[in-house]
Design a protein around this ligand. Sequence first.
Ligand code: SF4
Ligand code: SF4
Length: 95
Amino acid sequence: MAKVKGDILIDIEKCKGCELCIDACPQGSLEKSRKVNNKGYLFIVKIEDNCTGCTNCALVCPEGAITVYRKVDKEKKQVAKITNVTSDITVTVNE
Ligand code: SF4
Ligand code: SF4
């Protein structure tokens, strides 16, 4: 089955540090930064690279500060099978 991997982009200047996204993330990917943005809010950062792209964080964010991306990895597919090799051969695989 194709594996879905997600990623998010946080607009830190929009973030008001309400923490709704932290509570909404089933992966525990988000945490509060120790730095403040230009408005003086402790903004959110991604602390784990385990986002599934579920979009929960973006849906609960009242500031629209999170954009979610999804990437579906191509399934592992056999491109060549070589049997009965008795001497050195050269194989070229066209992707
Ligand atoms: S998209 Fe889902 S898994 Fe990824 S950071 Fe947001 S809530 Fe967490
Ligand atoms: S829900 Fe939005 S405003 Fe609240 S902490 Fe998360 S990114 Fe910041």
